[in-house]
Ligand binder design. Structure first.
Ligand SMILES: Nc1ncnc2c1ncn2[C@@H]1O[C@H](COP(=O)(O)OP(=O)(O)OP(=O)(O)O)[C@@H](O)[C@H]1O
Ligand SMILES: [Zn+2]
Length: 743
């Protein structure tokens, strides 16, 4: 139950014979109060046992009854065992691990949900309607799907088959269909709707020789193992996932397809739906709590195997038997949950789950992480498969570096260099498109004084405030950590200078420059601010794919997954912002991002180009980007980190403390350090800190940290259970992050 910091376990009796089981949500009383609890463990006891209770001195106790069953989880013991093991791995109580694994809203479920079955929308063709001419294609498709299925279908199944509510509403307006609420059980006058929608599914592509080899290699892999699929951008990895999934489905096993970012979900879901129709479900933060609970339940009760496309938390779905787990873009750090606890990495979870259940894992990437690289057989656990050629047979696009120092020396002070300008302005005539990466969002990064160097900081956090600007031209400052907002000032409050201007370039600022400087170019902006709403990403990408713009300007997410044949130019405006982050993996991560971006160009018939603007063209990352030999980079990086004894050739663990009071937090950090120092010494780990976190204050809370560093694959030098938390003063929170990615 949610009692205390870690949640606590109590014992109750199922005297009302509700048949409760592991993971079920039940109603019990705690000190007279009705509360909801999760069933964490089960003991069968007979009256005789009770009389001779272990230890024998304890008299038989009267246990309170479980009052009601709210939700039955029906998870299998294998799944539960895995969750318990992961709790140990993440240094968290089994209760909190289970709570994190269950869909959000599970604990808040009302009993009434179960008592009365929900009524659903039923969509029915109007028999009297006259078929209009010139129906838009998708509306016609929907109409045909309904007709093929006998005239009606549940809206939720139509949704699953890719017919959104907009389309349904369109046909309602035309009077072609009507919609009513019905009880899901009385589907008497309907087809089993999924069959209707699954009628004209796409047929699989015939595989290239390389793809075929990968599929065969995977088929011969033992159950419970994994494969690293290293395939250059545009080499047809997704097609391989599709065909592997198809084989699993035929064998009656479920599939999980994971992607790091919610922005990549729509394209992936669309591709899987075209192939597998209503077998495809979604599970990610863009779904409502109710949808996630529903997908969870469908996973438990599905008669036929499913494909679930989701983000990292989908790794917990209780699908059984599970055949395949794919992690696309496996190198992406979004697979790691940093906060709140449990701080888990979906890749570790997936590998462990596969080992236990006999599923198999595919880690796909054009730029594999060093962690997976190091985990290759024979020393490690992963088989390696490669796709070295693009489907289009276009070579990877050549990379041109623009030295911005030279631009400046030549008196050219624009954001957009002359070579980039030239290429962009040639696009419309050639009927081609470009993507431009700006490594930060917002109007421009920060407000600074050119006279004294003062930068406007957030009063709550140790970060610069970002300048934002509305369409009407109004400017304001905003903190990306705590959402603090402030007005923009016209002069420096420190020295009074009027040379007080935004510095750096965000997507909005770049858009304005492009609009000014490249009249006649049509631009679209693709970042978190412009892709709001559930279908934001899909809408923008559709517009761009339909040729409504020449240039797509955006942040990180535009580098990934997009497959548009007319894009022949990929550019990055200021690579420097990426290269100089104070982060251990900055090199690896920026090269991954830049190669990913480069992979967007030249995927169709026409050759592509990549243009990188930077003030340090001699940076090793830029060199590797130009020569395109990612394998060489991995080898060098592995050597460097191996020699320096850095992760993944050692192990790290970060303890993060935060609290309202700076003094209390600092003291708690010091006390904690004293507590674990002897354990570190005994196990050959070293303890760094306590020290203030790199961003020492967020949303008014002080942050301190302890970094532990130890031998590869050794256990964390921490006391078990909740010991670490027991000594903490009120108001100070502690999170344990094993294998942290960011410090
Ligand atoms: N065997 C095939 N025959 C014909 N076309 C194919 C085949 N395999 C893939 N394609 C097409 O090639 C294009 C690129 O494939 P896909 O998107 O799967 O590559 P990818 O490796 O996943 O790319 P990226 O990692 O860059 O996102 C897609 O349009 C896909 O439909
Ligand atoms: Zn702030």
């Amino acid at each position: 139950m949610e009692a205390g910091r870690e949640g606590r376990c109590f014992t109750y009796e199922d005297s009302r014979r509700l048949g409760v089981d592991l993971g079920d949500l039940v109603v019990v009383r705690l000190r007279g109060r009705r509360m909801q609890g999760l069933v964490m463990d089960r003991r069968i006891s007979s009256p005789v046992d009770r009389g001779q209770a272990s230890g024998s001195e304890a008299p038989p106790r009267h246990l309170e009854a479980i009052e009601a069953l709210v939700q039955s989880a029906a998870v299998d013991p294998l799944w539960f065992g895995w969750i318990e093991a992961m709790a140990v791995h993440c240094h968290i109580s089994p209760f909190r691990m289970l709570k994190a694994a269950l869909p959000p809203g599970w604990l808040g479920q009302r009993q009434s949900h179960q008592a009365e079955p929900r009524r659903l929308w039923w969509v029915q063709l109007e028999s009297s309607a006259i078929n209009p001419q010139n129906l838009p294609q998708r509306q016609a498709d929907l109409q045909a799907a309904l007709a093929a299925g006998g005239g009606g279908a549940w809206q939720r199944d139509l949704q699953a088959a890719g017919f959104g509510s907009g389309l349904v509403n369109g046909l309602i307006k035309r009077g072609l269909i009507r919609r009513e609420k019905r009880q899901p059980t009385d589907a008497s006058n309907g087809l089993s709707c999924s069959d209707a929608c699954d009628q004209d599914l796409e047929v699989p592509q015939s595989l290239t020789v390389e793809q075929q080899e990968v599929v065969e290699a995977f088929q011969s892999q033992p159950l419970g193992t994994g494969m690293l699929l290293w395939g250059v951008t545009g080499s047809g990895k997704t097609e391989v996932y599709l065909q592997l999934a198809e084989r699993e489905l035929q064998a009656g096993r479920h599939c999980l397809i994971l992607t790091p970012e919610i922005g990549l979900i729509p394209q992936l879901v669309d591709r899987f739906r075209r192939r597998f129709g209503t077998k495809v479900l979604e599970y990610h933060s863009g779904c409502s709590d109710r949808e996630r609970v529903s997908t969870w339940r469908q996973g438990l009760t599905a008669a036929k195997p499913l494909v679930v496309v989701g983000t990292r938390s989908a790794v917990f779905l209780p699908l059984a038997p599970l055949g395949l787990i794919v992690l696309d873009e496996e190198h992406d750090s979004s697979y790691k949950q940093e906060s709140p606890m449990p701080c888990y990495h979906a890749r570790d979870m997936a590998m462990d789950r596969a080992r236990r259940t006999g599923a198999r894992v595919v880690l796909g990437s054009a730029t594999p992480s060093l962690v997976s690289w190091k985990n290759l057989a024979p020393q490690g656990q992963l088989a390696l498969a490669r796709l070295t050629r693009r489907i289009s047979d276009q070579p990877l696009s050549p990379v041109h570096v623009v030295d911005m120092r030279q631009e400046l020396a030549d008196g050219h002070r624009r954001l957009i260099s002359r070579p980039l300008m030239e290429r962009l302005s040639a696009l419309p005539e050639a009927g081609e498109q470009a993507v431009v990466l700006v490594p930060r969002r917002g109007y421009s990064s920060f407000l600074s004084c050119r006279s004294c160097g003062e930068v406007v900081q957030c009063p709550n956090c140790d970060v610069a405030l970002t300048v934002h600007r509305s369409r009407q031209g109004h400017q304001w400052l905003r903190c990306h950590w705590c959402d603090h907002r402030a007005e923009v000032e016209s002069s420096c409050h420190k020295c009074g200078s009027k040379a007080f201007k935004p510095f750096g370039a965000g997507t909005q600022r770049v858009m304005e420059h492009l609009v000014e400087e490249l009249q006649g170019l049509r631009l679209l902006r693709f970042d978190r601010d412009s892709t709001g709403g559930r279908d934001g990403h899909r809408r923008l990408l559709e517009q761009f794919a339909a040729g409504e713009a020449d240039v797509l300007v955006g942040t990180q997410m535009l580098a990934k997954g997009m497959d548009l044949p007319r894009v022949t130019l990929a550019a990055v405006l200021a690579a420097d912002g990426l290269l100089h982050r104070p982060d251990l993996q900055a090199g690896e991560q920026s090269l991954q991002l830049l190669m990913q971006l480069a992979g967007r160009a030249g995927r169709g018939e026409r050759p592509g180009h990549v243009l990188v603007q930077t003030y340090c063209p001699d940076h090793p990352v830029i060199h590797h980007l130009v020569d395109g030999r990612y394998g060489e980079f991995l080898k060098e990086e592995a050597c460097l980190r191996h020699e320096a004894g850095l992760v993944p050739y050692s192990r790290a663990c970060l303890l993060r403390l935060s609290g309202d009071s700076a003094a209390a937090t600092a003291t708690a950090a010091a006390v904690l350090a004293e507590q674990i120092k002897p354990l570190c010494d005994a196990q050959g780990w070293c303890l760094i800190g306590p020290a203030p976190a790199p961003i020492a204050r967020v949303a008014g809370r002080s942050r301190w940290q302890l970094l532990l560093h130890g031998p590869e694959e050794s256990p964390l030098p921490l006391p078990s259970g909740s010991t670490l938390w027991n000594g903490l003063p009120r108001g100070v929170a502690l999170a344990v992050d094993p294998d942290p990615i960011q410090l």
